[in-house]
Ligand binder design. Sequence first.
Ligand SMILES: [Zn+2]
Length: 232
Amino acid sequence: MTDYKIIRETAYEANMELPRLGLVLFTFGNVSAADRDKGVFAIKPSGVPYKDLTPEKMVIVDFDGNVVEGTLRPSSDTKTHAVLYKHWDGINGIVHTHSTYATSWAQAQADIPIFGTTHADHLTVDIPCAPAMSDEMINGDYEYETGFQIINHFNKLGYDHHEVEMILVGNHAPFTWAKTAEKAVFNSAVLETVAHMALLTQQINRQSPKLKAALIKKHFERKHGPDSYYGQ
Ligand SMILES: [Zn+2]
């Protein structure tokens, strides 16, 4: 148990943030935290209510999806996490939720347009929605193929997973990731807020224009560029 203490605790804390932030209902959603030196990640067990979680209940899994340590069955989405860790360097946390607004855009199979500076503070492009999965993928190794649906869509768009840390999977729901599990949870909360605002924006004005290029650049760079000046 001691070998994986840090990722168990990190995954536990990050999972507990999901109900606190209103991003999950019942047992929906899961966060994992990886230790790349050991080639494993800790993930929420399947179907266990948040109030019953403990760090010890997190399941340790390798990047091929095999359970390394733990008595409970890992989250049903474990293979999706494994595929992303295996194929994308530098990410140490992944979150999957069915948060209401982001999931609604996924169900509509629509990218979330960049309408405002709240969105541009975090990314400079529309939040991408991967196409709905083929019957072949669904009837095959479904959760494993979900990981490839995400990677394939990023490759098609030419996006860098270090720059864009979120995606919607068409028909399904969002996935986010980051250098840390804590930041991946932050990204899920940002995504949900941006998804909510974008829906309201379109309801108020169907023809709402996208954010001007100058504002996209200004807002992103003041937080992320070499000359960033946001925060202390
Ligand atoms: Zn799901």
